[in-house]
Structure formats: structure tokens, C-alpha cells
Design a binder for this molecule. Structure first.
Ligand SMILES: [Zn+2]
Length: 176
């Protein structure tokens, strides 16, 4: 998987990486949004398995062993490990980064209308069957056949591959 920088974290400490096609589409989308005075930024992009493990442990610590899974995917099951998933923030509303407040932002309203034009879709809708918390900030790039195949199987918008992994992961981790 080829990964290149998409930008820095707000604190300037981390360089976020993603696949070139994700970045190209995000860039075109950001330019279009900016024309309408909406300022998108990438809060999280690729997450390495090691980082996923660390953050999963933190989420379990914070939300409890079972609830933790609803907040963050177990290692090996995160869309962030594909290089096609982005957590998108509103440059003007840092408080809404990576949490449900993101719904109040101009960025979210704009994305809801326009993201599909650039090949992005919301991964986890409200009440999704994977049992993952609704994440208005978490978008995935499905603009190439390869990306679409990874996330989706015939007739199942949510993506059988990821969905099934999730169910297995939940079972495995819940028994733990
Ligand atoms: Zn995410």
C-alpha cells in the first residue's frame, strides 16, 4: 500500500498518511468547499496496526471492554488501516473533532450534500447494523473499484467484508 502525507495533526505532532487517490479526492473536495467558505481538514487518516492497538486499548479503558468496540475498531478491523478512510474536521471548530458535535459544523452540512461528488461516503450511519456508534466525521473513499470492493459486497451498502469482520471482532473481544 502506497501512503503519502495528507497533512499535520492540529498540534503539529503527527503527519497523517493516506493513499494517493484518497488525498487527491480530498484535495479536490477541500478546494470546492473552500469556495463556499467551508474549511475541511483531515483529523485522522491511516492508522498503523500498532497505533490502532494502542488507541483501542485506550477506548476500552475509557468506555469499558464491550462499549469500547463501539467507539474504536479492534486492531485489524479498522477502516483506518485501509488508507481510504478519513476523519474529517472543520478547521473553524476544533471542539467538534472526532465527536458527535461534528454534526453542528458547516463542514458536516457541506459534506452531507457534496461528499459523494468526490467519491466519499459516511461509513457508519445512525443505527448501522454493525453496531458501531454513528460517526458523522468518519468518511471513506469509494471512488475506485478497488476501494469499493474492499468496503462493499453485492447488495450490501455497509460492506459485507468489514461488517462481518466487525461482528467477529465484537464476538472475539467481548468474550475476552
Ligand atoms: Zn474514523
Amino acid at each position: 500500500m502506497e501512503l503519502i502525507p495528507i497533512g499535520m495533526s492540529r498540534n503539529g505532532r503527527d503527519v497523517h498518511l493516506a493513499r494517493p487517490e484518497t488525498i487527491e479526492a480530498f484535495h479536490r473536495m477541500s478546494v470546492a468547499a473552500r469556495r463556499e467558505k467551508v474549511f475541511l481538514c483531515a483529523i485522522w487518516a491511516y492508522r498503523s496496526p500498532a497505533l490502532q492497538r494502542e488507541q483501542f486499548r485506550e477506548a476500552q479503558h475509557k468506555h469499558g471492554r464491550r462499549e469500547g468496540i463501539r467507539w474504536l475498531a479492534p486492531p485489524g478491523f479498522s477502516e483506518h488501516q485501509t488508507g481510504w478512510a478519513l476523519d474529517i474536521g472543520d478547521e473553524k471548530d476544533m471542539e467538534a473533532d472526532d465527536n458527535p458535535l461534528f454534526e453542528r459544523t458547516a463542514a458536516f452540512r457541506w459534506l452531507r450534500t457534496h461528499a459523494a461528488e468526490f467519491g466519499f461516503e459516511l461509513s457508519f450511519l445512525a443505527g448501522n447494523w454493525q453496531g458501531v456508534n454513528y460517526e458523522p466525521w468518519h468518511w471513506r473513499y469509494v471512488g475506485t473499484p478497488q476501494a469499493r470492493r474492499a468496503f462493499r459486497s453485492v447488495g450490501l451498502r455497509a460492506g459485507l467484508v468489514w461488517g462481518r469482520s466487525f461482528m467477529e471482532a465484537i464476538r472475539r473481544w467481548a468474550m475476552w
